[in-house]
Write a protein that binds this ligand. Sequence first.
Ligand SMILES: Nc1ncnc2c1ncn2[C@@H]1O[C@H](COP(=O)(O)OP(=O)(O)OP(=O)(O)O)[C@@H](O)[C@H]1O
Ligand SMILES: [Mg+2]
Length: 399
Amino acid sequence: MARLQAEHVYKVFGRRPEDAVRRLEDGASRDELRADGTTAAVIDASFSVDEGQIFVVMGLSGSGKSTLLRTLNGLLEPTAGSVRFDGQDLTSLSDKELRKVRSEKISMVFQHFALFPHRSVLENAAYGLEVQGVPRAEREKRATEALHLAGLKGWEKSWPDELSGGMQQRVGLARALATDADLLLMDESFSALDPLIRRDMQDQLLELQKTLKKTIVFITHDLNEAMRLGDRIAVMRDGRIVQIGSAEDILLTPANDYVASFIQDVDRSRVLTAGAIMVDADEVLGGTAQDGTELRTAADLLAAAPATVHRDTPVAELFGPCSTGSVPVAVIGADGELVGAVPVQRLLSVLSDGGQPDGDQKVTPAPARTAVRDSGDAAAEEPAGEAGDKPEGKVTAGA
Ligand SMILES: Nc1ncnc2c1ncn2[C@@H]1O[C@H](COP(=O)(O)OP(=O)(O)OP(=O)(O)O)[C@@H](O)[C@H]1O
Ligand SMILES: [Mg+2]
């Protein structure tokens, strides 16, 4: 069920922002507006996030990620469009109502999480509850639980300066968890951490999410982080969402050259799964493999396959079996039934082909104003990308 819904959200900074929205709707570009001293930070963003989902927003610096996030908790009012959480339109609330929703239902975790130096770790974790007016005993109990969830058991009485950067960031996470907020907004929350700790935090978030089932919007410019965490990923460019999809959608069918160049450094063998790249079993059944093995029925393939894997097996684990012979790897469903096959040629083409696995799925320049469909019902508009346009800035691909 969609808990968070953004519909045609615009955020324009500068003079006469409503006029700027009208001009954008009529096809004006961000650059034209900038010439007039107006910044279109978010342009026509639409998406929805279900309970239990991690929705990742990625894009280069300045693409509008933080601005979009701030419209989601009402810190910024959209110039146009609406944001709903549990059906309640945040834009329609009074300041007082909004503060209440923000303190009870929404938590933010920032990149550099500021802790109060003269408060213990426990008091820091309990801060959000203190703001809500929760009595001391209750808030200490909940903050203690949250610290345990965030992997900080035993550190409750310590002072912030006794903690490493990674541990301080965990206190930030614990503070967000302690409030029981259902919507977590995380802006580059792990970006200041070194790679191993960062990976640890990602694992911890995924683990927590299995039981807590929060609705999470997570911003990052790290592609591998986006691919690891995101149930769905939105790619932003110059204020617009240019594609929304699963990691696999984005790797296998990038919406345009911009997205394709964005993802070229992702380690696809770890992101893609057997289920995402397999071909129909019919394509390999009914004949004979190069080494003479007869593959007439599903049973033949299951008996002769160098490996039998589930749909969610990472492609990296298929290299070994695929290299041993000419019989494809068999992919099975939950009941052990054959659901597809991965021939070695397929594996190689997916890994070598820069986001264009099928010869017939070439990325063609987008026609003017292609609708980008979210898998929810919301749509975002995207202007034509010029052929060969590339992200201008640096994108980190390894955490
Ligand atoms: N309060 C503001 N007033 C005017 N312009 C702003 C304001 N906040 C953001 N902007 C502009 O909006 C655009 C988007 O900024 P935003 O901070 O959302 O980008 P971002 O994608 O989060 O970038 P980063 O990855 O560097 O954090 C930028 O051009 C920025 O200069
Ligand atoms: Mg930002």
